[in-house]
Design a protein around this ligand. Sequence first.
Ligand code: SF4
Length: 507
Amino acid sequence: MLGLSELPTCPGLFCGSRARDGILSRMRIPGGILNVQQCGAIANLVDRYSNGYLQVTNRANLQIRNLNSAISPEVWHNLQKLGLASHCVEIDPIRNIMASPTAGIDRQQLLDTRPLVKAWDNYLQTHPELAELSPKFSVGFEGGESVAIDTFRNDILLTAVQSADSEIVFLLHFNGDSTGIIIKQSECIAVLAALANTYLEYSKNQPRIEEKKPRLRHLLADLGVENYLERVQQNLPFLGQITSCTFLKNRQDTCSTNSKFDCGVGILPAHSISEKPIEHYQHLGIHPQQQSGFSYIGIALTLGRLKSQQLRDLANLAQNFGRGILRLTPWQNLLISDIPNHRIYELEKSIAHLGLHSSATNLDSCLVACAGSSGCASAITDTQSDALTMVKDLAQKLKIDRPINIHFSGCQKFCAQHNPIDITLVGIQISQGNKTIAGYDIYAGKTDSPFGRLIFHAVILAEISNSIAQMLRVYQRFRAPDESFGVFIDRLSIYKLQQLLIQENPN
Ligand code: SF4
């Protein structure tokens, strides 16, 4: 483990990073999947070395704040034995491998991506040289599940699609954009390895950017996709057939009916990532699995927080009711899978006894906040505490009947959520006479990247819940049946919206 003076900015388990509230450590949990023994070891670790709390992150990692002493060699050894700590310490800070939390159990999936997650993790574990890449290097796999992860940022995302001759193949995406390149399942790891190694060669010859290693997006901006793939091809001869495909501009092109690539591979449109309905937090609550007679239950965690004892208890429930597996999600909550249908309501009651619930329509179910001033030097506001206060006030004012995603960002960097969502609050300093106080600009909807459209400017903390309640009441009164908050907001002009808001609250 590094000494405190050498702590990096991107934390791993072996190399925590310094946050305002102490040392922050992050465990890579590939695909977010944990078994009972792993949960017990994590809970013990948190009790022994921290304050008894954990947080699920937006890459389905587990984060431990406030580490108070060095972890003993026996504990490291045990964590490695359980598959929680990497055997290759060097790659520890590299970003977690992302996959749908319903991989292997989703009724819409084209294939189970869990073996690929495991295979890519094995590759990383046995190639310490990749530690030279930016620690933000990220890879995701999507198997066509209804709980899709394509809205999360990944440098490289492979999404399963069905070819015209019914073969399940993967489409290669860089930073969310389809390249139009198709990869066979059996070639995925070799292609990823070649992509990573070509990026590594590039990275070694580049100067640091603001003292940081170049990201894959820097490489793409510098070389362009085609040049990058030509270099990759030198390490991977079979890629020759697919780089000769037309480079399609966007996903719609890739997935249009009867589309045929120049290389002769057709893709059926039914499972394209652009056409799947994206519902907020659709995985919360009870859902039937692909495996007949079994269901999973999605459990909400406010701001991703979990007490160590809750983790132990949830793992025990997973063991008693299912197959002992918890699945962390990048929406900062978790699932228990493989529950026989006749026992699912009994499990729901047991979850309630732990002080948890599975409803997506509690105001705190879809609440997101970045680290804020307790953990981040760039923060203007204490997002975590402000979010909790706001949601408590808001719950006194109204109830909701559809999930509403509310995101608190402590500055314009927007780390915790990368796409515009229902309501985004961005921390600012507000001038009041000769002093400044912390407050928020409030944005809503999905048009106008990155935050949506500005609805309220410079709102002081005490007024935030009133402003949000005003928007939600207007939505509840004037929406079309089944219209989501985001769609409602985006279909109104700002002028019309302001009129309705004034009508709702003339003062
Ligand atoms: S959004 Fe800003 S304040 Fe929040 S964690 Fe990122 S850099 Fe820090």
